[in-house]
Design a protein around this ligand. Sequence first.
Ligand SMILES: [Zn+2]
Length: 81
Amino acid sequence: MSPEPRPYVPPEIRRRQRDAEPPDESHLRTWQRHRPGETESERLERVYHSCFRCGHHEDDLAALDAHETTCRLLTPDEDDE
Ligand SMILES: [Zn+2]
């Protein structure tokens, strides 16, 4: 637990900060990147339900877990040679 309370930042200001300093998403897979019209929480929710290897979406997290254990699809940027 952090002893310092997090200051409240209005969404409008946050958006302005984000515009000023766009987050570096180059390390993210295409499906993990922010999509136009999507809020950050929507993005996180989507990524949370997506296979980290191939981006396969599964509403059921147990099913997603089963998928990720067997998913062998590697994207080219993972083969970093
Ligand atoms: Zn997958």
